[in-house]
Design a protein around this ligand. Sequence first.
Ligand code: ATP
Length: 517
Amino acid sequence: MADPSPSQAPVVQADGIGKRFGATVALSDARITVAPGESHALVGRNGAGKSTLVSILTGLQPPDTGTLRFNGEPAPAPGDTAAWRARVACVYQRSTVIPALTVAENLFLDRQSGGTLRPISWKHLRAQASQLLAEYGVDVDPTARAEQLTVEQRQFVEIARALSFGARFIILDEPTAKLDARGIERLFTKLRELQRQGVAFLFISHHLQEVYELCDTVTVYRDARHIVTAPVAELDRQALVEAMTGERAADAEPLWSVGGRTAPAGSALLEVTDLALPGSYQDCSLTARAGEVLGLAGSAASGNVQLGETLAGLHRPHGGTVTVAGRPVRTGRVPAALAAGIGLVPEDRHIQGLVPQRSVAENATLTVTDQLGPFGTVLPSRTRAFAERMITDLDIKTPGPATPVAALSGGNQQKVVIARALATEPHVLVAIRPTNGVDVKSKEALLGTIRQVAEAGRTALIVSDELDDLRACDRVLAMFHGRIVAEFPAGWRDEQLVAAVEGMADPIESKDRHDTH
Ligand SMILES: Nc1ncnc2c1ncn2[C@@H]1O[C@H](COP(=O)(O)OP(=O)(O)OP(=O)(O)O)[C@@H](O)[C@H]1O
């Protein structure tokens, strides 16, 4: 039989894909087929093999076994970058744009025409960039440096760049991880628009509701294998979670909720008064009690992340005070915050989190080496024991504690960062978007571990815009434009909190905020 015509052939068809890393089987007889103009989700637990498949589909590494075809034709030769780029592009969670270069330079990097001897015409470059951005409806200044762009703008630039190479197939690897609700809405609008023009997507996300919102088809991988491919409409959330975990889901919703439980009335452990960081937030006061998990909700521009980071010493505020257990904390210095017992799960684990070539055990204990042996020595047995406990508690998928962190999947690396913050047994744990990138089942374990911090008589502050994270809190403060605008005891309805985060707080909730002033 003749091959299907190029317009009907799948944009990608991978069959029998196998890939090993040493003893680890990352993919085994895996497959995926994406039709032109299709929006196809790929889901699976942390370590299921999704990123490995992406690296194979984009030509970054060859599979050990299997076949790969684009538009009905065999994949390009390894290393033929131009040919790969014309078939497939990937927008990663981590940016591939170069921060110090302008948007125009980023768009035309590697392909400034004119031959080796002709100087680059910057004017021409800018004009071309403007035209390209306009063509894909991307409203970004081509002369802006990439580092000045928001995550959303950066992703749009990357999508425009991908399309300009001719690719009609784009892989989006957790594109919403760093976007707030409005950013996600705009991204989805753009993707739907491109889909109508025939562009196909492979969409990877741990947010299952996004899969239902955006995708036509879903493929589930589990433990390196293909489990199911089905129209999204035929697989409800429970069936999807069951396919991902291989277990019967007792009750898929909610993941972790304190329900209508009243906030425990411990003593005030963390007190923040009139804290201000110009450009980010102002007049912020709050109290978190021993035994309490406090949520700090807000969209990207709300200042909630900066406030959390300030508590951990990452920013020097211009005014206000922070005390832990009644003792003032010197602000603007990480060692001072650590000494005061404030631990941090940072937002960007790649930059602030880990030493990739060191083992899981070493990374998990980097902050507590003084507790692992007498006189500053580190007893390997204790490091190992601590790491083993964390691997179980946080459900970290790794061959063992001695495995380098670089060999773990993204979500599992993230759990190591959380293990490290917990290792110090902080009085106050500040966790910024702690379940970002973590699969639906591990979220449960992780939020449960944060709850244990409170149950041990300490306090945890969850800074997030994820409703699942916030539901695990005893009380939630909502921030909008740099101010705390409302407070919600456990038991709030989604739409109430969403409204507050969008700046439409119900004045009743705002008035009831007695202990935050
Ligand atoms: N370079 C590597 N060296 C060793 N093992 C690796 C390497 N890359 C991936 N693995 C292993 O392969 C398996 C699949 O990892 P992969 O990154 O594909 O998972 P994933 O589904 O993308 O997970 P996540 O949702 O956490 O991003 C994991 O067990 C991981 O530890």
